[in-house]
Design a protein around this ligand. Structure first.
Ligand SMILES: C[S@@+](CC[C@H](N)C(=O)[O-])C[C@H]1O[C@@H](n2cnc3c(N)ncnc32)[C@H](O)[C@@H]1O
Length: 256
């Protein structure tokens, strides 16, 4: 099982994710020639964990998984090695944030959260969360046109009525938009991220991010920036995903 999230603390992993920006080359048969062979099957494809975690959204998530398998590498959305580990590393990892959003909505008595996912990339975690939580509204903030096209296609394919794509850098939205919750994965270190995302969080709202094993160190070294942008109660939870799946680190910061 994978033990690390694709997080900025893990420079190697981040670099691999960023390699996805160049679409793969096709060979004469239309196959991905980087791999030169069929991708390995994902060990979790037939696992009961998928139904257990995704529940009613399983069908939609499987559609997204299939599109990632068929087109993700060709379109430069994921690296070739990710195809056989999409469930654990990306889809289940994204799903780990769903209970945090549900708990926040309950705590604040908000029936329909306004959520922004900053730097959605191929759709992690924002698209997965939008499929899992149809009662909440998701804005997927992503500056790259090609990734925005991909996100829009998937929203249409999955028939999601609670998700939209905003082509922008987070900083461009400062003073223009505020959300109850801002989510994020693998975009930047906390010291930089605080200034990008905290201005997008409504007062009393929360920033909730998937981070790697060094999450606590990252928060500790970004204390000044978190405080500067009115962040409070910053802490890390080790979130269980499902039995047999590696737990993941989740950073929560409340906006004063
Ligand atoms: C390494 S990818 C991670 C994508 C996805 N969140 C994931 O975990 O797979 C980082 C993404 O953040 C986007 N990004 C970079 N800087 C950004 C900013 N200032 N505001 C919003 N998105 C940004 C990039 O275009 C890219 O899609």
């Amino acid at each position: 099982m994978n033990t690390q999230n694709p997080s900025p603390e893990n420079a190697e992993t981040t670099a691999k994710l960023d390699q996805t920006s160049a679409p793969a080359q096709l060979d004469q048969t239309g196959q991905v020639n980087q791999a030169g062979q069929l991708p390995e099957a994902d060990p979790l494809d037939d696992s009961p964990v998928i139904a257990e975690v995704f529940g009613d959204s399983e069908k939609l998530i499987r559609m997204f998984h299939e599109k990632l398998v068929q087109e993700g590498v060709l379109r430069g959305m994921i690296g070739p090695k990710e195809v056989s580990r999409l469930w654990e590393r990306h889809l289940l990892n994204s799903a780990a944030l769903a209970p945090f959003l549900r708990d926040f909505a309950q705590e604040k008595h908000i029936a329909h959260l306004r959520v922004a996912d900053v730097g959605s990339g191929a759709g992690f975690p924002g698209l997965v969360l939008a499929a899992m939580l149809p009662e909440h509204y998701f804005t997927l903030v992503e500056p790259m046109e090609r990734r925005c096209e991909w996100l829009n296609e998937n929203i249409d394919m999955m028939g999601l009525k609670n998700a939209r794509v905003l082509r922008a850098r987070a900083e461009q939205l400062h003073g223009e938009a505020e959300f109850d919750v801002v989510t994020c994965r693998a975009v930047a270190r906390m010291s930089k991220l605080a200034g990008w995302v905290m201005p997008l969080v409504h007062r009393g709202g929360r920033f909730i991010a998937l981070k790697g094993q060094a999450a606590q160190d990252e928060i500790d070294s970004a204390k000044a920036q978190i405080r500067q942008y009115r962040g409070a109660f910053a802490h890390v939870d080790l979130a269980p995903v499902a039995q047999g799946v590696e737990p993941t680190h989740v950073v929560s910061i409340t906006k004063r």
